[in-house]
Design a protein around this ligand. Structure first.
Ligand SMILES: Nc1ncnc2c1ncn2[C@@H]1O[C@H](COP(=O)(O)OP(=O)(O)OP(=O)(O)O)[C@@H](O)[C@H]1O
Ligand SMILES: [Mg+2]
Length: 516
């Protein structure tokens, strides 16, 4: 009267095997779940009870004990429902156990016996394969993502009755293929394109440099200048994701539950734009049962913060560690978890609270001192991690409506970015953690950013004249390296340095000259 069904629990972006043991014994009819089940697991027994009856089976009038082993790790989520239901049906002799022996099952069950999607199917599939299990039974909606894992038969099912039919040999379940999503190289239909942005040549150039070297960007401009519009087009000029990156991003979105139903692989680089009211747990991840935050959901893509000064100070400060390390580490009493978090940060802000500081037409209405206080909300250490400060002036209405020549499209820019990235790949081969010029450590800067005498002189003069702060120095060197790479030149020329200096607006001890 004992059954054992294999399942798995998700922790962070990984999963570990869990055995669901069901024992039926004589006594007053009851159902108890042990093995540190959290509330969603405990509630599962009500769903399982209804589902078994509605699928046309008998619910045994016995004393039922469900144990989730290993018993000392807490288990959360509704993914054990199917395993518990099958355990009860096998233990009471209503379903044969042979086919279950080499299968891992995971699904939430509805009251009618329908199978509902769960989080983390990709992580569970990896875990099943590593445990040497041959077959995975899942809700149909999760099957494509799980099928990305090779060496495992993934079957999607719609209901408890279908699964029982399969185990009894009455019907077969379709083998899933990872065809639901786009291949990494596919560009999604209707993605925003740079050709839709009129004028703004300087801003486009700066974003091209940012994409080429992986530099973080802060855009400063009046309302309606097109900052949000520009930022949304950045993922489209980044190089295509490698399969490895795509799998990693998919795993994160799979445990966060943000994959669309039936989607296999994330094909396009993520673009995340959290609202400025986001909490620090929402930003870096957290909760009692830690989930990935925005920094991890934008892994391999772009994290866009619109109206940066409006974000809570502690939320902005919490970005410093992931920006530095490319991972976030969350410590809880029971566990320490790491989530990947390598993203490009793009911020946007107005030059002052009213938005018109420096506007040649509309005067700024802010009180003196307010502008400085507004800008000071972005702390020095955070600003230190942003290589490009970009002023985005408003485009005159005439330029927006005219039928001028169509601007260059994202594909052409992406090709140049790709060429510059190739150079960096060669440069940083065998250096883990360095993916582009933006990630260079001080010793890399000394080695790869040697300046000729004329360029060195120019940089020193600029620092003295513009009142650039000391931290600007290495930033300018890294940027100049990327600009030289875009020009396919091995030596950094004075022209590259002088362009790089333009992107350090906020480092100037005096406020920037009016825009316009
Ligand atoms: N260069 C441009 N080419 C074409 N359309 C533009 C351009 N700049 C702005 N627009 C139009 O103006 C609208 C507003 O732009 P957007 O929302 O990007 O401004 P913003 O700088 O983010 O403003 P805010 O500071 O208010 O957030 C866009 O949806 C777009 O239609
Ligand atoms: Mg905006």
């Amino acid at each position: 009267m004992l059954a054992r069904v294999r399942s798995a629990a998700v922790l962070g972006v990984d999963a570990y095997p869990v055995d669901v043991e069901v024992d039926l014994s004589n006594g007053l009819p009851s159902l108890a779940t042990v093995g540190l089940p959290q509330s969603a697991v405990k509630e599962g027994r009500e769903r399982v009870h209804a589902a078994i009856l509605n699928a046309g089976f008998q619910f045994p009038l016995k004393r039922i004990t469900v144990n989730l082993a290993p018993a000392d790790r807490p288990k959360a989520g509704s993914g054990f429902d199917l395993a518990i239901a099958l355990g009860i049906l096998v233990a009471s002799g209503q379903v044969p156990r042979d086919r279950l022996a080499d299968s891992l099952v995971l699904a939430e069950i509805g009251l009618e016996g329908d199978l509902r999607p769960v989080r983390g199917a990709l992580a569970v599939a990896l875990c099943a394969r590593n445990a040497g299990i041959r077959r995975l039974l899942l809700p149909s909606a999760n099957a494509p993502e799980a099928a990305l894992v090779e060496g495992l038969d993934v079957h999607g099912a719609g209901s408890l009755a279908e699964v029982c039919g399969f185990l009894s040999g009455r019907n077969e379940l379709l083998l899933a293929h990872p065809n639901g999503g786009a291949a990494p190289e596919d560009r999604p239909e209707g993605a925003p394109d740079f050709s839709e942005v009129r004028s703004q040549a300087a801003a486009k150039r700066a974003l091209e440099i940012a994409a080429a070297g992986g530099h973080n960007v802060l855009m400063i401009g009046p309302p309606g200048a097109g900052k949000t519009m520009l930022a949304r087009r950045l993922p489209g000029i980044l190089p295509d994701m490698s399969l490895e990156e795509a799998l990693e991003a998919t795993r994160i979105h799979s445990v966060a539950g943000t994959l669309s139903s039936g989607q296999a692989l994330i094909g396009a680089r993520p673009f995340r734009a959290p609202h400025h009211s986001v909490s620090d747990a929402g930003m870096i991840g957290g909760g009692g049962w830690p989930r990935p935050g925005e920094v991890s959901l934008s892994h391999a893509g772009v994290l866009f913060l619109d109206e940066v000064p409006e974000f809570r100070r502690n939320v902005l400060e919490s970005l410093r560690q992931p920006l530095e390390d490319g991972v976030v580490t969350l410590s809880r009493a029971a566990m320490t978890l790491s989530f990947p978090a390598r993203f490009m940060l793009v911020g946007a802000m107005n030059p002052c609270p009213c938005g018109h500081f420096g506007d040649p037409v509309r005067p700024c209405r802010c009180e003196p001192g307010l502008v400085d206080r507004y800008r000071a909300r972005i702390s020095g250490p955070l600003l230190d991690r942003i290589d490009i400060h970009l002023t985005v002036p408003a485009v005159p209405v005439g330029d927006l409506s005219g039928n001028g020549a169509v601007a260059e499209g994202s594909a052409a820019i992406k090709a140049r970015v790709g060429a510059a990235r190739k150079i960096q790949e060669e440069r940083f081969r065998g250096q883990p953690g360095v993916y582009g010029n933006a990630h260079m450590l001080p010793r890399d800067v000394r080695r790869h950013c040697q300046l000729a005498q004329s360029a060195e002189l120019l940089l020193r003069q600029a620092i003295a004249k513009l009142g650039l702060s000391a931290r600007a120095y290495t930033r300018v060197l890294k940027l100049a390296r990327t600009i030289a790479d875009l020009a396919c030149e091995s030596e950094i020329a004075p022209a590259h340095v002088s362009e790089a200096i333009q992107y350090r607006v906020l480092d100037r001890l005096r406020l920037p000259a009016p825009v316009g």
